[in-house]
Ligand binder design. Structure first.
Ligand SMILES: Cc1ncc(C[n+]2csc(CCOP(=O)(O)OP(=O)(O)O)c2C)c(N)n1
Length: 352
């Protein structure tokens, strides 16, 4: 057996590696979001663009804590978590820009993207609907004797006022499902402040009512989020039943890129809740000398290059052809090698 001091050192080195990987995903998500916002304003992205600015620390922490065969139901503010769970920049850009080669084959808005067979669920609604879908998948795995997997769902403070949230949380508690529910208490549900949303002190109280283990965490602190989410996932994986984590933070953008968010109280922006988690993580990593300025600069250059090259590639790709489509509602999003992007469904394409 190795002496405790060596074990502690190895643990520290592993944590350091995870933190640096998480930080890179956060940076990638932020710069990707910025690119999508710019493309939207330039009229290159249709529909809406919804961003996760300020929520990257929380989002990446759940994405990176899950394993390959787990289930993840992300929301519109989860670019960082999606990337950490395995989404490629190429899939994200293809979906936003409507490429026929993307996972939804250019037929659906960007928020509904996912690869269900890989455990990444396309969002139905932002408002609680995905929790019971994750529960259902966890039940299915239990019936298939596939134990040891975890299902995570993201949710906003507004969604915790819906019946869907309460029914699903209760079901998960009664059935002791390995669910991790990640609540981003970002102070607004669209333009509705939390004071008009709930009267309990913390949203954590809602979990206690159902007998669900719950933790509060500072959503602006990457280190705290990683630790809290990592431990919650472990507890769920090892039979501890459903876990809820409530992270307090401030949404550092509008509801979508169309929303100027003038309703946000300036006092909140200047409060600790308004701290930018990406900047805070960067400062801490530099201060601890886990990252130096030149490594950071080259990381940033690499990320920008990857995004720019992917956008340039996708701009040359075809849009869906309405006459060649079979228009089945859901694409399984798995393009086989050499697939032209039109055969990904479980239904055969209709020949016109
Ligand atoms: C069933 C349903 N009702 C309303 C909407 C419109 N809508 C989308 S997001 C949202 C607010 C969500 O707020 P919150 O849950 O706090 O999440 P946040 O946007 O802050 O991440 C609303 C009203 C919707 N998508 N689905």
């Amino acid at each position: 057996m190795s002496p405790p001091v060596l074990e502690a050192r190895a643990e520290n080195a592993a944590f350091r590696k995870t933190i640096l990987a998480a930080f890179r995903f956060m940076l990638l998500a932020r710069l990707l979001d910025d690119k999508f916002a710019a493309l939207y304003r330039a009229g290159k992205i249709h529909g809406g663009v919804f961003l996760g600015r300020g929520q990257e620390a929380l989002s990446v922490s759940i994405g990176i804590s899950l394993k390959k065969n787990d289930i993840f139901a992300p929301l519109i503010r989860d670019a960082a978590g999606r990337l950490a769970f395995g989404e490629t920049v190429l899939d994200a850009v293809r979906t936003h820009m409507g490429s026929a080669l993307g996972p939804m084959r250019g037929r659906d808005g960007n928020v509904h993207r996912g690869k269900p067979l890989e455990g990444s669920l396309p969002m139905i609604s932002h408002l609680g609907a995905m929790i019971s879908v994750v529960n259902g998948m966890l039940f299915a795995r239990r019936l298939q004797n596939r134990h040891g997997t975890v299902g995570a769902a993201s949710i906003g403070d507004g969604a915790t006022s819906t019946g869907a949230f309460h029914e699903a949380l209760n079901q998960a508690a009664v059935e002791k499902l390995p669910l991790v529910l990640v609540v981003a208490d970002n102070q607004y549900a669209y333009s509705t402040p939390t004071s008009k949303q709930f009267a309990c002190e913390s949203l954590a109280d809602r979990a206690i009512g159902y007998g669900v283990e719950v933790q509060n965490v500072d959503g602006t602190d990457l280190f705290a989020c990683l630790k809290t989410l990592g431990e919650a996932v472990l507890r769920a994986r090892h039979g501890g039943g459903p876990q809820m984590v409530v992270a307090r933070l401030l949404r550092l953008c509008g509801h979508g890129e169309h929303d100027t968010a003038d309703y946000v109280d300036p006092k909140l922006k200047n409060s600790p809740l308004g701290r930018d988690c990406l900047k805070a993580a960067e400062e801490t990593l530099l201060r601890r000398e886990w990252l130096d300025a030149s490594t950071l600069a080259s990381m940033r250059r690499e990320v920008v290059r990857e995004i720019d090259e992917t956008v340039a590639q996708v701009q040359r790709e075809p849009a869906p052809d309405p006459f060649a489509e079979n228009w089945t509602a859901i694409s399984c999003g798995h393009l086989a090698e050499g697939d032209e992007g039109n055969q990904g469904d479980n239904m055969p394409a209709r020949k016109s």
